[in-house]
Design a protein around this ligand. Structure first.
Ligand code: URA
Length: 230
């Protein structure tokens, strides 16, 4: 976006007035005074008017490949958070649409649009979440049948929604669940006394983790991906 357009969108000033502000040397981009109204600015860059940060009022939607050891929170006294993986300019107002355990890796969605994240996380929407699971022991013979019937969780007094298990080999499988209870996948395998030793989220609804993203990397969602929960 051009700088004068950015100022017009994020202040009460018109495009013409924005040009004047620029000519007066009152606008800084990434800490430097800029006078060129037609400068193309990156959406994540810091823009200040009279030393006041201009808030980009646009909505942002990102996917992150969460590494193990990074906590699904906006702040944490001990661990690096998923928000810490983003550049400073992009952190403002961002929150997580769902959570993963500390050691779990893979797809996380982040946004500053609360309505959008609510649609991703609300339990009634029954959105499919797909996990690649590695277990300590071979997966039990009756796992498909038990997972598709649902497992009773005493603490919540609920039975899990029917889930689909696809075997990759004895120790590796792909599990699709349609809700997000606390430690749900681990507790489902825990029914068989089988410990989950690696867990990786591949998909949320029709949004698949981009294979180009290395652990810790992120990218903006495409308009088509955003529209899936619009
Ligand atoms: N289920 C779990 O047990 N852990 C996760 O991080 C996600 C789903």
């Amino acid at each position: 976006m051009q700088l004068n357009r950015f100022i017009q969108i994020n202040t009460p000033y018109s495009r013409q007035q924005a040009k004047l502000l620029l000519a007066q040397g009152r606008v800084k981009v990434a800490g430097q005074i800029v006078t060129d109204a037609s400068l193309e600015i990156d959406r994540f860059v810091r823009v200040e008017l009279d030393s006041q940060l201009l808030q980009d009022s646009q909505s942002h939607y990102l996917m992150v490949n969460k590494p193990a050891g990074v906590v699904s929170a906006t702040e944490h006294p001990e661990h690096q958070t998923v928000i810490d993986l983003l550049p400073q300019a992009l952190r403002q107002g961002m929150h997580l649409a769902g959570r993963l355990d500390l050691k779990t890796t893979g797809l996380m969605l982040l946004t500053n649009d609360g309505n959008w994240s609510r649609r991703v996380t609300q339990p009634e929407s029954k959105i499919a979440k797909v996990y690649r699971v590695t277990t300590k022991d071979p997966v039990a013979a009756e796992a498909e049948a038990v997972f598709s019937r649902g497992i009773y969780f005493r603490y919540e007094n609920i039975t899990t929604r029917p889930a689909e298990l696809e075997r990759i080999d004895s120790y590796n499988s792909r599990l699709t669940i349609h809700e997000g209870r606390y430690h749900q996948v681990k507790r489902m395998f825990g029914y068989f006394d089988n410990e989950v030793i690696a867990l990786h989220r591949e998909r949320i609804g029709a949004i698949t983790l981009d294979p180009k993203l290395k652990p810790g990397e992120f990218r903006p969602l495409t308009p088509a991906e955003v529209a899936l929960f619009a």
